[in-house]
Design a protein around this ligand. Sequence first.
Ligand SMILES: [Zn+2]
Length: 105
Amino acid sequence: MTFRLTCPVCGKRDVYEFTYGGPERGPRPKEAEPGAGAGSAAGAEAHFRWAQFRMNRLEPQEEWWHHGAGCGVWFSTWRDPATNREMRPGGVEAGGSEGSGEGFS
Ligand SMILES: [Zn+2]
């Protein structure tokens, strides 16, 4: 199974040139401070979930990719794991009929 990804520097390339970096996880939660008391347990739990949990969902998601066989840039892109098609930000299908163009948000 193969598909193509769009490197922001090189353009569309075969996926074998890239290394998967995992889904975008959002901002890193504040780490628990040592000896901070009861509040730090929740902070540690949030940080653990952020760092360790990988959701394997079959829905469009933002992912990190490394163009190791090309320019070496890390970039994030939206992809639908069910179809391996690249998406616009927010998970809207890219390409095809556009109509008004700038309608998504
Ligand atoms: Zn590249």
